[in-house]
Design a protein around this ligand. Structure first.
Ligand code: ZN
Length: 274
């Protein structure tokens, strides 16, 4: 699933292609035919990313709400658009450019009130300037839920996904099994600042890198794919810092990765001395 950095990057990429332009909209697949008809001929006034949501504003206070979910994606090009193929939910054409949307979880028309209702349910997005981390902290400090689950809860923090969850907890030296209310405030402040820094870097690069140069197997040049993370998808490999075996287990429906050496667990484990 795309994480917040991908959504913010899409908004940045789509803004110069769409904003200020009149679009022609169609739904070759047919599933968004009526919505496309409403968008057709309107001017795009702005694109707002919020967590994993995208809101495209059109004249007449019409909003297009897009959530890519696990399988959705945009394809962008210029020149004559290709012959529509497959499940093409929405095609927007503006000037030279065409933007094709396939497989989203949500592609629907919204009013401003609909947008506000969605946003009201979202926690602060570390990539937004108006983000208020105190709102997330109020939830975390009062919760018995494991911090590894809380970070994936979009009503606590929005935009954080499975990669950032695992990596930011590792970098904070925090066990994912620690209850939210047992997380020291100082550690939360560090974690928030680290998330902002890592996610901003993700927007710039278009992919996630969390490792410091000295922790990579090759220290010069751009990080190779296998050198980008500390724990994510490194099950069974030695930790870059302490050598302990990286572990995995499902938490909040997704595989969680952590290092038992760098992130010692306070969780009691039946039948285990670990
Ligand atoms: Zn370690």
């Amino acid at each position: 699933m795309p994480e917040g950095h991908t959504i913010h990057r899409l908004a940045r990429q789509h803004t110069p292609l769409l904003v200020g332009g009149v679009v022609s909209a169609s739904s070759p697949q047919g599933r968004f035919a009526e919505g496309a008809q409403v968008l057709h001929g309107r001017t795009v006034v702005g694109i707002e990313p919020y967590g994993k949501h995208l809101f495209y504003g059109f004249t007449g206070e019409v909003l297009l709400h897009v959530h890519l979910g696990l399988y959705g994606g945009w394809t962008v090009g210029s020149g004559p658009p290709p012959q529509p193929r497959g499940a093409l939910r929405l095609r927007l054409v503006a000037g030279e450019h065409w933007l094709d949307l396939r497989g989203p979880t949500a592609c629907e028309l919204y009013t401003t009130a609909d947008r506000d209702a969605v946003v009201a349910r979202l926690g602060p997005d570390p990539l937004r300037r108006d983000a208020d981390p105190a709102r997330a902290w109020a939830r975390i400090r009062a919760s018995r839920t494991a911090v590894g689950s809380l970070l994936m809860d979009q009503s606590v923090l929005s935009g954080v996904g499975n990669v950032y969850r695992a990596e930011v907890l590792y970098r904070a030296g925090l066990s994912p099994f620690r209850a939210g209310r047992e997380v020291p405030e100082r550690l939360w402040e560090e974690l928030w600042a680290d998330l902002r820094m890592l996610m901003r870097a993700g927007v710039r690069a278009g992919h996630i890198v969390t490792t410091a140069r000295e922790d990579r197997s090759r220290r010069s040049g751009p990080p190779r794919l296998e050198d980008r993370f500390y724990v994510y998808r490194r099950t069974g490999l030695p930790c870059r810092r302490c050598g302990a075996e990286v572990r995995t287990e499902v938490m909040a429906t997704r595989n969680l990765y952590w290092c038992p050496g760098c992130q010692p667990s306070s969780r009691p484990r039946a039948g285990s001395s670990a």
